[in-house]
Design a protein. Structure first.
Length: 475
C-alpha cells in the first residue's frame, strides 16, 4: 500500500466517501461546488451514504490529505482477517479458514478502495467474534459486539441482517449479559442516528437513490449469486446448507436473508465488464463471508476416532487432505493479496492520467458537459474543480446560450472498452449531443487512451449567425 499509494479515485462510490471525509476533516458537513449556471461556489452535501465510513476516514484525511481515506479500508481488511481468526478459534474450528475472507476476489480488491465495504466487513466480523468470546467470558465483550453491530447501520445498513438473528435470539432468550448486547447496540446505532440528524437534519434519513427489490431482479440475479457462492467461495453454498455448528440456525438465516435481499436488488453490476462485475456485484456478499468461513471450517472439521469406515472414512481422508493443503492455499492467497496492489496502482494511474488530461484541456472557469460517472471523478477539488453538468441536463437552448457566452464550453466524453453497457451509454450520449449541438460546432481539442478509457475533449463553438433574408425585389 505504501509503495503503490493511490494516485486517483477509481470509482464513483469512492468519490462520495472521500469527499465527505474531506468535509468532516475540515469540521464541515458540506463541501463546495461550482454552480454551472452562475459559475459561483455553493455548499452541497457530497455524500448521501451513511456517514460511518467517512467519519472513520476523516482523521486520516486530516493528516495525509485525501489519500488518507485509503488507510481505513486496508485496516478494515486486516482487522477482519484477525477477527475471523479469533472467531474460528473461539468456537473450536480450524483458524486457517479465516483465509476465506482474503481469498474472495471482492475483499482483496476493495481493500484498496476507499468505500464502506472493507470497513463494514470488519465491523460484522468483530461483532461475531466478540459475541462468541462473550458467551462464556466477560460481558464487556458483548457490549463491544453490540456496539460493532450498531455501527454497521452507520456504514451499510443491509449488513445488519447477518447479525440480527443471532443477537435477537440472545436477547429474547435473556441469555446472561443480554443487557450488555442491547446497551452496546443502542450506542452504536446512536452514531447513525446522530450523524444523520446533524448532516441531513433527519435522524432516519436514507439514501434516496436505492433501487427497488422485486421478483424480476431476483430471478435475473440468481445465477450470478449462485455462481459466486459456489465458485468464488468454493462449495460455499453447499457448506452453508449443511452447516450445523455454532449458532447454525441464526447464522444461516442471517446469511440467507442478506443473499436473497441483494439478489432481489435492482442492481447486478451488469454495466461493468468482466472482472469488474465480479468485484462490484460480489461486494454485496462480503458481509456474509464470516458465516461461509464458519460453515466451510465446520464441514471439513476432524471427526472422532472410530467413525472412519466406508464412505465416512473417505470423507474424513478428504478432510485431512484439505487441512494439509491449507498452508499452500495461504501462500496463494498471500501472493494474490500482494499482486492486487500493483494492479490497483495501474488502474489508479490510468484514472490519474484522465484527471490530468481533463485538468489540462478544460481550463479554469470553463464549463464542461461530462458523458458519465467515469470522468466526474477527475473534476473534484483534489484534482481540479470545474463547473460541470452530467449528460442529459442542459437543454439545446441552455447549451447554445452557454456557447455564446465568454466562458468556454467543453464536452468531455469517455468510452470504456471493457463494457458493452458503457459503450452503449457513450453512443447514446453522442446521439443526445447531436440532437442539441451540431457536430460541426464541436472542435476536438484532445484525444487519448488511458487504460480501458478512450477520452475525447471538444470545445463547443458559438452558433453561426443566420444570414439575413434577401431584400424583396422591386418590379
Amino acid at each position: 500500500m505504501a509503495v503503490t499509494w493511490p494516485d486517483a479515485i477509481t470509482n464513483t462510490d469512492e468519490l462520495s466517501y472521500v469527499a465527505a471525509a474531506t468535509d468532516y476533516a475540515q469540521g464541515r458537513s458540506t463541501g463546495v461546488a461550482i454552480d454551472p449556471t452562475t459559475l459561483l461556489p455553493y455548499d452541497r452535501i457530497n455524500s448521501l451514504y451513511p456517514a460511518g465510513t467517512s467519519l472513520a476516514q476523516a482523521p486520516w484525511v486530516a493528516v495525509f490529505g485525501w489519500r488518507g481515506a485509503y488507510v481505513v479500508p486496508l485496516a478494515g481488511f486486516l482487522g477482519a482477517l484477525w477477527a475471523m481468526y479469533a472467531l474460528l478459534r473461539s468456537v473450536g474450528l480450524n483458524p486457517w479458514f479465516a483465509l476465506v475472507l482474503p481469498a474472495f476476489p471482492a475483499t482483496t480488491v476493495l481493500a484498496r478502495c476507499a468505500t464502506s465495504d472493507s470497513w463494514n466487513l470488519f465491523l460484522v466480523t468483530v461483532a461475531l467474534a466478540m459475541f462468541a468470546h462473550g458467551v462464556n467470558g466477560p460481558k464487556w465483550r458483548w457490549s463491544l459486539s453490540g456496539f460493532a453491530a450498531g455501527l454497521v447501520l452507520a456504514t451499510r445498513e443491509a449488513s445488519v441482517l447477518v447479525l440480527a438473528p443471532i443477537m435477537l435470539v440472545a436477547v429474547v432468550r435473556r441469555e446472561p449479559g443480554w443487557w450488555a448486547l442491547v446497551a452496546g447496540g443502542a450506542l452504536g446505532a446512536g452514531v447513525r442516528l446522530v450523524s444523520a440528524w446533524i448532516i441531513f437534519d433527519n435522524p432516519l434519513f436514507r439514501h434516496p437513490g436505492y433501487g427497488v427489490f422485486t421478483l424480476h431482479w431476483l430471478l435475473r440475479n440468481f445465477p450470478f449469486y449462485l455462481g459466486i457462492t459456489l465458485v468464488l467461495i468454493p462449495a460455499g453454498l453447499v457448506a452453508l446448507v449443511r452447516y450445523r455448528g455454532w449458532r447454525w440456525r441464526e447464522l444461516t438465516i442471517g446469511a440467507a436473508a442478506l443473499l436473497l435481499l441483494h439478489a432481489a436488488y435492482q442492481y447486478g453490476a451488469g454495466e461493468s465488464g468482466g472482472p469488474n462485475a465480479v468485484v462490484i456485484g460480489g461486494r454485496y456478499v462480503m458481509p456474509a463471508l464470516p458465516v461461509f468461513a464458519l460453515a466451510l471450517a465446520w464441514l471439513v472439521r476432524p471427526q472422532e476416532a472410530g467413525a472412519a469406515t466406508g464412505l465416512a472414512g473417505r470423507w474424513q481422508r478428504w478432510r485431512e487432505i484439505v487441512d494439509r493443503r491449507v498452508p499452500a492455499v495461504f501462500t496463494v492467497v498471500a501472493l494474490a493479496t500482494v499482486a492486487i496492489h500493483p494492479l490497483s496502482w495501474w488502474w489508479s494511474r490510468a484514472h490519474a492520467g484522465l484527471a490530468a488530461d481533463i485538468c489540462t484541456h478544460v481550463p479554469p472557469g470553463a464549463r464542461a458537459i461530462v458523458s458519465g460517472p467515469t470522468l466526474v471523478k477527475a473534476l473534484g477539488p483534489w484534482h481540479c474543480q470545474r463547473a460541470w453538468v452530467p449528460a442529459g441536463q442542459p437543454s439545446a437552448q441552455q447549451a447554445n446560450k452557454w456557447a455564446t457566452e465568454s466562458t468556454p464550453l467543453y464536452v468531455v466524453n469517455g468510452v470504456r472498452a471493457d463494457s458493452a453497457a458503457y459503450r452503449a451509454g457513450s453512443a447514446a450520449f453522442v446521439q443526445w449531443l447531436d440532437a442539441r449541438i451540431a457536430p460541426e460546432r464541436r472542435q476536438v481539442v484532445y484525444r487519448a487512451s488511458r487504460g480501458v478509457v478512450q477520452l475525447e475533449i471538444s470545445r463547443i463553438l458559438p452558433p453561426r449567425p443566420s444570414a439575413p433574408p434577401d431584400a424583396p425585389r422591386r418590379p
